[in-house]
Design a protein around this ligand. Structure first.
Ligand code: FES
Length: 113
């Protein structure tokens, strides 16, 4: 029988490093564990979302954030950053843990154990 587990992947050493990455662009394309994601900060919180709109599978690069949602630049579907929900679809998002030794992204995977 399999179950879903989360592995934590370090993607930055400090919060200051995340802030620095977002200084030039409000949404930063990052590759973590082979997955293309967008790092962003909205209303004081950091988020990692899949860089692929669930509507038509197009990259979300160029999206904007407003009122706790990320808005796809193509057809303007808006997805809640906390739940991923929007337009009857679900945008995959990844939890972030800020630890003493760095910033970690939670990546779900299936395990047989
Ligand atoms: S591709 Fe994002 S809303 Fe259509």
């Amino acid at each position: 029988m399999f179950s879903t587990k989360i592995k934590w992947v370090k993607f930055a050493d400090t919060v200051a490093e995340l802030e620095e990455q977002l200084k030039k662009k409000p949404l930063k394309k990052v590759l973590i564990d082979g997955k293309s994601m967008l790092l962003l900060k909205e209303q004081g919180d950091f988020y990692l979302v899949k860089n692929k709109c669930p509507h038509q599978g197009i990259e979300l690069t160029g999206a904007v954030c407003e009122n706790g949602k990320i808005v796809c630049p193509w057809h303007h579907y808006a997805f809640d950053l906390k739940t991923g929900r929007g337009g009857g679809l679900h945008l995959e998002n990844y939890p972030i843990e800020i630890r003493v030794d760095g910033c970690y992204a939670g990546i779900e995977y299936f395990s047989w154990f």
